[in-house]
Each structure stands twice: as C-alpha cells, then as structure tokens.
Design a protein around this ligand. Structure first.
Ligand SMILES: Nc1nc2c(c(=O)[nH]1)N[C@H]1C(S)=C(S)[C@@H](COP(=O)(O)OP(=O)(O)OC[C@H]3O[C@@H](n4cnc5c(N)ncnc54)[C@H](O)[C@@H]3O)O[C@H]1N2
Ligand code: MOO
Length: 341
C-alpha cells in the first residue's frame, strides 16, 4: 500500500471503498475497493475531499483481481463459451449458443482446491440456451500470487478447458408405438405425440412412425422399417415392464443391438432401455415417459443428441439425484433431478 496524490493515482488500484454522503439523499460507496482509477474519476475524488489515496503496489509476481479473473475464465472456457468483462473482480462465463453444458467436474474440483481461487458453475449435462450464465470465477483477496493462476491455467490446459457447450445434432427420429390396444384402435395413441414434442424441442424431426401390436416380430420389423426410412435414432414406446405382453426389450435384443442398459436408477423411468444398433441409438420408453412431465428420457435424450455414446456407467451414475419429486408444477431443470451425476 502506498500514499499517492490523486492526480498520480490513475491506473492504480484503490485499497479501500470511498464513501459518498449527501445528507438526506445518499450514503454509499462512490468508489469500491479494487477499482482501477481512471482520469475521469479525479474531479469526483477531489469533490469527495480526497487529495491523496492509498493504492496497491502490485508486488512482483502478483496479479490484481480483475486480471486474475480474466486469465482464469479464459483458461477454463472450452468451445462455445463467451466471457463478460470483469466487474468487481468477477468474470462471468456465458453460453455462446443453445446446447448441453459440459463441466469437467474433476478439473473444477482441482481448481477450487487451490486456496484463494473460486469458480462456481451450473450442473454438468444441463440443457442451456444461448447467453445463459453458466459459471463465474474470481479470486478471494484483492491480489493473488501469479503462481496460483499459472497452476489454474495448467489444470485447465490439461483438461482441454473446464466448461463448454455442446450443440445438439438435428437427428431424424423413427418412432415405433407398441401396444395391441393402440394397434387395434381400442384407445388412441397418446405416446407418439409426447415423444414427437420432446424431440422437436431439440430441432429433431420424426421421419417415420409405425404402430404395432404386442408382437416381437412386429416390433423388430417396425424398427427395421423406420431405419430404412432414414431414422438416425429409434424410440420404441410401451411394452417395457413385466407383463407377458411386454416384449420391447426382447425385440431389441433379437435385432442384435448392443444393450447399454435395460433398467435405470431414475424414477420415473426405471424400465428404460438404451441400446445401439451400430451407431443408431435405440431407446425403449416405459409408460411413465408418456404420463409424467419429466423422466429418465429428459436426462438421456439431450446427451444422445450431442453425439455422446452413453455407457452403462453413465446410466448407473444417474441414481444419485435420479429421484423426481413429482412437484405439482414441474420446474425441471430448476430442480435436483439429474443433478447428482
Ligand atoms: N407388476 C408390475 N407392474 C408394473 C411395473 C412393474 O415393474 N411391475 N412397472 C411399472 C412401471 S415403472 C411402468 S413405467 C409401467 C411400464 O409400462 P410399459 O412401458 O410396459 O407400458 P405398457 O404396459 O405397454 O402400458 C402401460 C399403460 O400405458 C398405456 N399406453 C401404452 N402405450 C400407449 C400409447 N401409445 N397411447 C396411449 N396409451 C398407451 C397402456 O394402455 C397402459 O394403460 O408399468 C408399471 N407396472
Ligand atoms: O419405470 Mo417406470 O418407467 O419407473 O415409471
């Protein structure tokens, strides 16, 4: 800290808040600790009775909070991330497009384990829209040893960036609606429209939909048919639980698909199935996906649409945070569902 005449303070960092009081009108900080003094501030400072100021002398190897935050944010930003200007020592990271937020939680933990460093983010694998605030970073004191920022930069470099937004692929979707009650016209299909609405919300289109009875060979034929019609992803509705007429999992197996999982630690959605026929993701959707507002499908679909090839480990990790509270008014994704993985 050193004392300088106001006129010589331009470019220096203020050590403490400077309070302004106008009787009956205003009392507050006219200039905040950490502010970098500009030429245009001088008349105002003189009016506040400040002819001298205490300013920081950045020692060798030390960084001011703004510069430190900018360097950390730049290092952490992966693809499709925009940075705000530093303000009061903090830099915000914003989504540069619609997509899926990816946070390298291991690297984030390493970074936050360095004392005097912080970065806060939204949860990994969350759907975000363009310009959405996804993270913020700053140092805790006003100045920091540059060596700490260099360590942060090394962690981020190793991780290839900590935060990024992955775009969704606009996939052609095939839908196979299973259920003899629907096929025979006893009830009207209510599942196809739900699935269509959900995929269209991500810019996908349903290229073909087939309704089939509860018959294994009809289900397999229908899957082949929708793929023949150009489906890059296949969604089969119904027939997922334990009744003798629930044949969807057996049908998918008989197609020779590699089954990632039949069953998921998510409620609603325990009877979910994910498989791949070559590169084509095939999902078996239990009845709850039609009935409940938010289910396992809403956790898995966005990830599949980024081109991520999910493993059984990815699915089993959904258990922590996989319980939907079933609120009367659904606020997903502003809730705990899917946030533990
Ligand atoms: N004893 C058990 N019963 C149930 C279990 C279980 O483990 N043991 N699981 C429950 C869970 S969890 C769910 S979810 C559902 C799973 O249902 P399915 O995927 O097998 O669906 P279906 O049996 O084919 O149909 C259930 C229900 O939904 C109606 N449905 C189905 N598709 C359509 C459609 N396209 N349009 C309109 N309505 C449809 C169907 O008529 C049935 O009423 O099972 C629980 N039971
Ligand atoms: O599996 Mo059901 O699919 O939990 O609600």
């Amino acid at each position: 800290m050193k004392k300088v005449p106001v006129a010589d303070a331009v470019g220096h960092v203020l050590c403490h808040d400077i309070t302004k009081i106008i009787p009956g009108e205003f009392k507050g900080a006219a200039f905040k600790k950490g502010h970098i003094i500009r030429t245009e501030d001088i008349p105002e400072l003189l009016k506040l009775g400040k002819e001298h100021l205490y300013v920081w002398e950045a020692g060798p190897g030390q960084l001011h909070e703004n510069e430190a935050a900018v360097r950390m944010a730049r290092a952490a930003a992966g693809s499709n991330i925009q940075l705000s200007e530093p303000s009061e020592g903090k830099v915000n990271l914003l989504a540069g497009r619609d997509g899926l937020l990816k946070v390298d939680t291991t690297a984030l933990l390493r970074m936050n384990s360095i004392e005097e460093i912080m970065m806060a983010t939204l949860h990994n694998n969350r759907v975000v829209s363009d310009k959405c605030l996804v993270a913020g970073t700053r140092i805790i004191p006003l100045v920091v040893d540059e060596e700490k920022i260099v360590r942060v930069e090394a962690i981020c470099r190793e991780a290839g960036g900590i935060i990024s937004i992955r775009p969704f692929k606009s996939m052609a979707v095939g839908v196979v609606v299973s259920g003899s009650e629907v096929y025979k016209g006893r009830i009207q299909d209510a599942f196809g429209p739900v699935v269509r609405r959900k995929v269209e919300a991500f810019g996908c289109r349903v290229v073909h939909q087939v309704v089939v009875p509860d018959d294994q060979s009809c289900i397999t034929a229908a899957v082949n048919e929708v793929i023949h019609q150009g489906a890059e992803m296949v969604l089969i509705t119904g027939g997922m639980s334990v009744d003798p007429d629930d044949l969807t999992p057996a049908a998918v197996k008989s197609l020779g698909a590699s089954i990632v999982t039949y069953g998921a630690p998510v409620l609603p959605g325990a009877m979910f199935l994910l498989a791949y026929l070559g590169e084509i993701p095939v999902m078996g959707l239990p009845g709850c996906v039609m009935y409940a507002k938010t289910t396992v499908f809403d956790l898995v679909l966005p990830r599949v649409l980024t081109g991520e090839k999910l493993t059984r480990e990815d699915i089993v990790a959904l258990g922590h945070g996989g319980l939907c509270l079933g609120c009367p008014e659904c606020r997903f994704p502003h809730c705990p569902l899917g946030k533990g993985a």
